[in-house]
Design a binder for this molecule. Structure first.
Ligand code: BG6
Ligand code: MG
Length: 213
């Protein structure tokens, strides 16, 4: 088997934070008088906080905002978001995901996180996986967000593996593109399952085991 490691996206793969992102961005958008809905929220998956804000501001009716104003808005959203994350618990980790991770580890694979989020470690702690992964590459150790491959290449580096030895698991188009750009195979779940750049389509996380049979 050519793979020695699996790099998992966090939001939308290991657990689901979409609704918390939605609620936090919605609160901010309402305050600014910007239209925001689930469809726009969908476009924010896999992209960084500031890029997400820029997408939301496409509908801002006022004058373009200064860098400092945008930074303050992104921080405001993050405070709301982090408060919402306090609701997360180990119950937000499904039995299927937990069992699949344990079985992959038993097969001898190294397991890492490759997430654009700066809150990745907080989320992992909330769902009971604080010390679980062999490496965590997240929004705090990158300068460019997905579809740039930096977050996955850093994860591979932390594990001391080559790109070709790693398989990426992703739910977002930006993540599948990032894996491809980094020379990594990928398994797409959810919307990413039928992405033409994805090496394997997954109906459920459990399907990952079949790749290693
Ligand atoms: C990604 C999410 O995992 O993290 C994006 O899919 C989000 O929607 C990005 O914008 C950044 O998250 P955070 O927690 O750093 O604001
Ligand atoms: Mg995701």
């Amino acid at each position: 088997m050519k793979y020695e490691a699996i790099i998992f996206d966090l939001d939308g793969v290991i657990c689901h934070t979409d609704r918390y992102h939605y609620q936090a961005w919605k609160q901010l958008s309402d305050k600014l008088g910007i239209y925001f809905d689930e469809k726009i929220n969908h476009r924010l998956r896999g992209v960084s906080r500031m890029e997400s804000l820029n997408i939301i501001l496409e509908r801002y009716p006022g004058k373009p905002l200064a860098k400092e104003e945008k930074e303050s808005l992104a921080e405001e959203k993050n405070i709301i978001y982090k408060k919402l994350l306090e609701q997360m618990s180990p119950q937000d980790l499904s039995r299927e995901v937990k069992d699949t991770l344990n079985d992959l580890r038993t097969l001898g694979l190294k397991l890492a996180i490759g997430s654009s989020s700066k809150n990745a470690r907080l989320i992992l702690k909330q769902i009971g996986l604080g010390d679980y992964f062999d490496a965590v590459s997240d929004g705090n150790n990158i300068t460019q967000s997905k579809p740039n491959p930096e977050v996955f290449l850093k994860a591979a580096g932390f594990l001391k593996k080559e790109a070709g030895q790693c398989l990426v698991v992703e739910d977002a188009k930006a993540g599948i593109e990032a894996a491809h750009a980094g020379g990594m195979d990928s398994a797409g779940i959810g919307d990413a399952a039928d992405d033409p750049l994805a090496t394997y389509p997954l109906s459920t996380m459990r399907d990952l085991i079949d790749i290693f049979k």
